[in-house]
Design a protein around this ligand. Sequence first.
Ligand SMILES: C[S@@+](CC[C@H](N)C(=O)[O-])C[C@H]1O[C@@H](n2cnc3c(N)ncnc32)[C@H](O)[C@@H]1O
Length: 269
Amino acid sequence: MNNENKGHDMIKVAVTTSKEDTVLIEQAEQIALELNIEYLSRRRRSIDTLRNEYDLDYLLIIESQQVILKGETTLAWHPCMAVPRIKFLRLGQKDPMIEAMGLKPDYTVLDCTLGLGADALVASYFLGEAGSVIGLEASKYIAFLTKWGLNNFSGRNKHVISALSRITVLNQNYLDYLPEQADNKFDVVYLDPMFECALKKSSGLNALRPLAFYGDVTCAVIKEAKRVAKRRVVMKQNIGSTKANKLKPDFIGGGRYSPVTYYIWEKNE
Ligand SMILES: C[S@@+](CC[C@H](N)C(=O)[O-])C[C@H]1O[C@@H](n2cnc3c(N)ncnc32)[C@H](O)[C@@H]1O
């Protein structure tokens, strides 16, 4: 079953542990309550047996060092390209997203489409201690994995560790969140909706697709994002996106050799 066509509320998920271990079982029971899903004890049943027996799209498996969503695709949190992008920034190279956002170190960023948080992580690194990033993710499963990943990152890069500790993850839909915010609340409002044409190369996001929220960014969304932004609204989309061009960006930025483009709306007040 392709969950992209299934309707997000219909995706059936339960939680279990990788082994019969009291600490993991306690964690899994807690997570079941938090996500309002069923906890299934393993009782020596394989993951596939559990999925078939309970007709599940995904099983959230709690391991000691990792949490994994296992369905037809397997999703676990990873920082995607954020780590090399941060390394390039440290070498003095420019990051096209940071340039498009026009970030300065004390800015606040609202990332409306957090996903696994790679872009938020790069922004958070660039901002440092003085800035902050709030990330919204409408899928409770993706929001859970990302929050877990940010809190349990096992890498040793201290710049990455400190940047991810400064991201706040909210399981919220930007359509609900934006109207509740005051005018000019964040310096930059960022959107990276699911692409019109999936970039096959973006394998980091392939496993996320069936669980993700889809939906067009409309003129009304851009208007609301501009109200909430103090300086800029930036949307990442593939190059030449007809839908993005129809939203009449003030200008377009992006890497010369990159398949993605940043559509930018300035706050001219
Ligand atoms: C392309 S991914 C974002 C990738 C992210 N920029 C990164 O670096 O990992 C888009 C994400 O936005 C989420 N999303 C889509 N529509 C949303 C909405 N209305 N509110 C909040 N999140 C949304 C999807 O579920 C998906 O996880």
